[in-house]
Design a protein around this ligand. Structure first.
Ligand code: AMP
Length: 302
């Protein structure tokens, strides 16, 4: 295996309140950066950029420490940690945001230590596009800038998102968001439009229907790993991104189809339990097994 490259990741570090058909949880560890760092951290060294309030629980710090996730670029400010509440429909097909309390995120200005600005891989997790742009500008020598976003930002700041896309090498986005941003319901057309906005590669995620990798004119589909039961899909997209970038960190000449397969396998752990609990059960060996299962199912289809 090649020497692993460090991933610098910015995103939300949150306390989530979740309502699902399988039960509810209040103020559990969440946020795009949290899911991402646990999953990417299974395969690569990760440094987080973010902000929490002085109410952030010790449990969160211990989690990062136990996973060797570097927290030197996380600011602790007086005030409340970002809080988000979400409620899933009975069949998990839709999710409503119940509340978004920005807390210390409201005045967040990312700072990155000089040496960390040279990180070869940068993940711009789901946060305000202005913050994503400012991190991208602080890391101009990155080999890959991988970006994620959500419906809220597409709704509120499409122009700002356009700037982020110009700075991104790879965009990871789900099907509904891709349609919302481009107006194209057909995946291949949505991908073409997103590719013309800046990124060299676009991955459109389709939930239980897998993901589509688009690069130039080529399009490839990757199925999901078949799990027994979805408990809580929160953070699946960030876990996908963590697997995808964890793979990139280990590959000198990346095969992006393989990156999507690793992302898909990683996301399958996330949805099996509430919050990060089942993601924490993943190991490189279990992940490798799920990667193989997905690959075999792709061969069978040919
Ligand atoms: P996902 O299920 O991949 O959309 O990610 C869910 C995570 O995104 C949750 O843990 C939330 O804390 C976080 N989140 C939700 N809304 C926002 C937002 N507006 N900005 C940043 N993070 C958010």
């Amino acid at each position: 295996m090649d020497k692993q490259k460090t991933i610098l990741a910015v995103g939300s570090i949150a306390l989530d309140t979740l309502e699902t058909p399988h039960g509810t949880r209040q103020n559990i560890l969440g946020g795009s950066a949290t899911y991402f760092s646990i999953s990417a951290g299974l395969l690569a060294p990760v440094k987080l950029v973010g902000v929490v309030g002085n109410d952030y629980p010790e449990e969160g710090w211990q989690l990062f420490q136990s996973r060797n996730i570097n927290t030197d670029n996380i600011l602790v400010e007086n005030g409340s940690t970002f809080r988000w509440g979400g409620k899933y429909s009975d069949d998990y097909s839709t999710r409503d945001t119940l509340f978004t309390e920005l807390g210390v995120f409201e005045n967040f200005s990312p700072t990155i230590q000089e040496a960390d600005r040279l990180s070869p891989l940068v993940f711009l997790g789901n946060i305000h596009p202005d913050l994503q742009s400012s991190v991208a500008k602080l890391t101009p020598s990155a080999e890959y800038i991988v970006t994620d976003t959500m419906n809220l930002w597409i709704d509120l700041f499409p122009e700002k998102l356009k700037e982020v896309l110009k700075l991104s090498t790879i965009l990871l986005i789900n099907h509904e968001e891709a349609e919302q941003y481009t107006g194209q319901s057909e995946i291949s057309n949505a991908a073409s439009e997103l590719l013309s906005a800046g990124p060299e590669i676009v991955v459109i995620k389709k939930g239980a229907d897998g993901a589509c990798l688009a690069q130039g004119e080529s399009r490839h589909s990757v199925p999901v790993f078949p799990i027994n039961q979805v408990i809580d899909p929160t953070g699946a997209g960030d876990s996908f991104a963590g697997g995808f970038m964890g793979y990139l960190s280990q590959a000198s000449q990346p095969d992006f189809l393989e990156a999507v397969i690793v992302g898909s396998a990683m996301a399958s752990f996330c949805v099996e339990g509430f919050g990060v609990e089942s993601l924490l059960q993943a190991t490189p060996t279990l992940l490798a097994h799920r990667v193989e299962t997905i690959k075999n199912s792709m061969v069978e289809k040919v």
